[in-house]
Design a protein around this ligand. Sequence first.
Ligand code: ATP
Length: 458
Amino acid sequence: MVKTKLLMVEDDRLLGDLIKESLEEAGYQVRLARSGSEALEAVNEESFDLVLQDIQLPDADGLELLEEILGRQPQWKALVMTAFATVDRAVKAMKIGAFDFLIKPFAMDVLFLKIEKVLEFRQMEKEVAALKEGEEPKLVTRSPAMAGVLEMVRVAAPTDVAVLLLGESGTGKELLADLVHAQSKRARRPMVKINSAAIPENLVESELFGVERGAYTGADRTRQGYVEMAAGGTLFLDEIGDLPLSLQGKLLRVLQEKTAYRVGGNKEIPVDFRLVAATNCNLRQLVEQKKFREDLYYRISVMPIEVPPLRERREDLPLLIATFQKRLAAAGVGGAIDFTPEALDRLCQYDFPGNVRQLKNIVEQLTIRFPGETIKARQIPVSLGSDSWVGSLFECFSVDKPLKEAVQEFEDRYIAKVLKGTGGNKTKAADLLGMSRQMLWEKIRRHDGATPRDKAGA
Ligand SMILES: Nc1ncnc2c1ncn2[C@@H]1O[C@H](COP(=O)(O)OP(=O)(O)OP(=O)(O)O)[C@@H](O)[C@H]1O
């Protein structure tokens, strides 16, 4: 069971030790800071679920300290402790953003109750945030192949081993990673997501492992890396095939030692996360080409899960289309659309190189373009019906669209072709295309309605 992590700031030695002991007995993990400066040191070094802070401190103004902590980590929750005589300060603390307060002396049961309240609130906050994003994370499927995938997720989730999700872009790997986290013992702890292909290469290391103040010009403060932020939770490393070789070794070390070094730091920092990685590259091929470390490959591929492309599970198409129609209607986008059987047929014949993401975008585009209509076959773009992706770049271009759209289509196909040639390796593809990996990533995302994809993938 992953423990809830508390930072307790209490200068009274006896009381601090007593509360720490009781909390630890109750299963919490506690770091005790006896002064304001120790508290800030802890904030720099670790992530916590909750701060339990005395607001009468010898070396700092407790309220200022609270403000500083919550300023740095606004998502953390704080409970403050104060003596009866200074209850007015507790009120000020609430104004600063403390979740609740306790008046000393208090019974430990009251403290436990308040902590549970905080944790429940955090969970609710997360759910509301997910709703607000407007993206129902629910994965729908009726395909036997995906049922097999879900079964593997069900078996893998409660273990703490690394999970590797393999599959083309847009097949639902990130949704499956969410499921692994949600069904794991770490579900109440953070899930931190990082896409190494979307970050400029020179920044990947500091994003992943953090940076020590003064490590380089501009590093004006110590920052935690994603591996630390995922404390007790899950780190989702998307596009692991694009992780620069130099960092692959570092990641392997972190996974083995369960400690990390920040950029410019020489102190080992304990980390505790479960790795879920995803890629649309053929990792084995990359290993053979010495572009992906074999030892890291073996370390992360204990539980490989292959996600089939949409064209290999066409039975999912009607359900997915209906789901996206319903979601768009519920979100009030355009006007609910419907399809004639011929239109649905035509849509279902398409190969969907961009997989579910592409299908979703197409339903969205149709909803916006033809609000409230019953879509007829002729309203489905001609090029959708052809398997033009494997054909030549030009042959299958229809001449029924504005230049801008045609140029975009060309760009998508060209990028797809280059990606195919590099075995899905975006770093290499970006090199060939003469653009940064980040720019390539953005193009792939932006054009996802007809996603350039890696046919050589997984
Ligand atoms: N089975 C599904 N049911 C509902 N929505 C799905 C399903 N599969 C994918 N989606 C949706 O399709 C989109 C793409 O899915 P996701 O981001 O999980 O794919 P991915 O494989 O991680 O893609 P990439 O490799 O490009 O990161 C998301 O909006 C997701 O919600």
